[in-house]
Design a protein around this ligand. Structure first.
Ligand SMILES: [Fe+2]
Length: 222
């Protein structure tokens, strides 16, 4: 008979193995398509302004490669792509759609799109008229590193993209493979995310109040 406690212990061991055993990781990603990586200039017009249409086209190509359904809302203005004002979309940029953001009942659903090499800049969600937004993330396609507060992961500075190498407060790293879930450590904590090979990530959260967003990079505009 398997007692409940034994089951929990063995399930935990299997999860940890997923992070450390190369064979298991390869099994989970071996069918994952390679997503095309464009140079940064590709996403900017001759006058230097960000070309959102071209950025969205690159995301559509990723959706098709991953077999992710392109529903009509993803062909509308609800789907956005941003470079956070840094002019460095290939490194600091994301696409996204808020599937639901319910102020009255306090829930939120969002898909995050990251091309190969892209990161969401480090930020936190502070208290406003609403309590600080809490978040959890589940990788759907590809894989990501998520970063939170706590003891820095050894060697992490080698993986932090140049824009944040000196700036990032959140240096505790976790790798999320397809289907795996990570959660924000606590209210108002710094966090960010990075997809070296491209990824689609579902975010589950409380109500998103844009006025509570704070970024650590001084030049970020959102
Ligand atoms: Fe966040």
């Amino acid at each position: 008979m398997i007692r409940r406690r034994d089951f929990i212990v063995s399930a935990t061991a299997a999860t940890l193995a997923g992070f450390t055993m190369k064979g298991k990781v390869m099994a989970e990603t071996k069918n994952s398509p390679k997503i095309k990586k464009y140079p940064n200039e590709y996403f900017y017009k001759a006058d230097g302004t960000f070309d959102e249409a071209k950025a969205k086209q690159a995301y559509y190509e990723m959706f098709e490669a991953f077999g992710y359904p392109i529903v009509p809302r993803l062909r509308s203005e609800e789907f956005w792509a941003v470079d956070f004002g840094l002019g460095n979309f290939a490194e600091v940029g994301m696409g996204g759609i808020f599937w639901v953001n319910n102020e009255k009942d306090n829930y939120f659903g969002h898909d995050i799109y990251l091309l190969p090499g892209q990161m969401i800049p480090e930020h936190r969600h502070v208290k406003t008229d609403f309590s600080p937004k809490m978040e959890g993330w589940q990788t759907r396609h590809g894989w990501v590193y998520i970063y939170g507060e706590g003891d820095p992961t050894p060697g992490v500075e080698n993986r932090i993209p140049p824009s944040h190498r000196e700036i990032a407060n959140a240096r505790a790293e976790k790798k999320l493979m397809p289907g795996e879930v990570g959660e924000l450590g606590g209210p108002e904590e710094w966090h960010w995310m990075y997809a070296p090979e491209g990824a689609i990530v579902t975010e589950y959260a409380t109500y998103h109040d844009g006025s509570g967003l704070r970024f650590s990079h001084p030049d970020v505009v959102f």
